[in-house]
Write a protein of this length. Structure first.
Length: 244
């Protein structure tokens, strides 16, 4: 079994760490990669091919984990060469998953729930070919949503409307508390109702959001574009906050 990666960030690195088997090999390419990404790839136990076209052709499972904005272009460029499963793990809208499915056979719509660099992320997936990925449940928590492309992405989007909006609110509230010299007391009083682990989780959420604000802004833009007919006052406010 060969698993290939297009894109090599936190998603790819942690999946390699979690999926440990002598029967599974990982491949990618340095083609067009940034110096930082090339450095990270060279640190991993992964076979490096000359081009991504070769990676796609040799992979039994191809994982696209880039960014929301590049997901469709990657599928247009490489989807036609895929012989096995094409699994997209980018935070994209259901509309984008439908478009991607036009450019590749055996497409699976995937969504990672939880921090990908944690020890227990959960992979939600949808699509008629998704049963072929069930063997990965030996290494990572898996949940099939349905055979319908777009369902996994839609669930992830709905979750993001809550988590990313909450993160923006936490950033704003904690900034005010800090300016008032009440930051510790702010988290302590919230912990009375939110639970003893709230402070650590909230600080982690704030840090992660600030450090990845560009990517999270892209994800919020996808949400707004997809659910455009719904009332999204808080989501739009969160996007403005992250952009600032």
């Amino acid at each position: 079994m060969i698993i290939g990666f297009i894109g090599f960030g936190k998603v790819s690195k942690n999946l390699m760490r979690l999926i440990k088997s002598d029967d599974i090999a990982f491949i990618t390419s340095l083609e067009g990669r940034s110096p930082k990404t090339i450095e990270n790839i060279k640190k991993e136990d992964i076979d490096v091919l000359d081009t991504f076209k070769q990676v796609v052709e040799k992979s039994d499972i191809l994982i696209s984990a880039n960014s929301p904005k590049s997901a469709l272009n990657v599928a247009k460029k490489y989807g036609k060469y895929t012989k096995g499963i094409y699994l997209d793990l980018n935070n994209i809208s259901p509309d984008t998953t439908f478009e991607i499915s036009k450019y590749t056979d055996n497409f699976v719509d995937g969504a990672i729930i939880g921090k990908i660099d944690s020890d227990n992320p959960i992979l939600y997936f949808a699509g008629k070919s998704s049963d072929e990925l069930l063997f990965l449940s030996d290494f990572i928590q898996m949940k099939k949503v349905s055979d319908k492309i777009g369902d996994a992405s839609k669930l992830k989007m709905l979750r993001s409307t809550y988590t990313k909006t909450l993160s923006a609110l936490l950033i704003e509230s904690s900034e005010i508390a800090k300016n008032s010299n009440l930051e510790d007391e702010f988290f302590d009083i919230l912990s009375l109702t939110e639970g003893s682990e709230f402070k650590d989780k909230a600080i982690s959420r704030i840090t992660n959001t600030i450090n990845n604000s560009k990517r999270k802004s892209e994800e919020l833009e996808e949400i707004i574009n997809y659910f455009g007919d719904e009332e999204l006052i808080m989501v739009k406010a969160a996007l403005k906050k992250l952009n600032r």
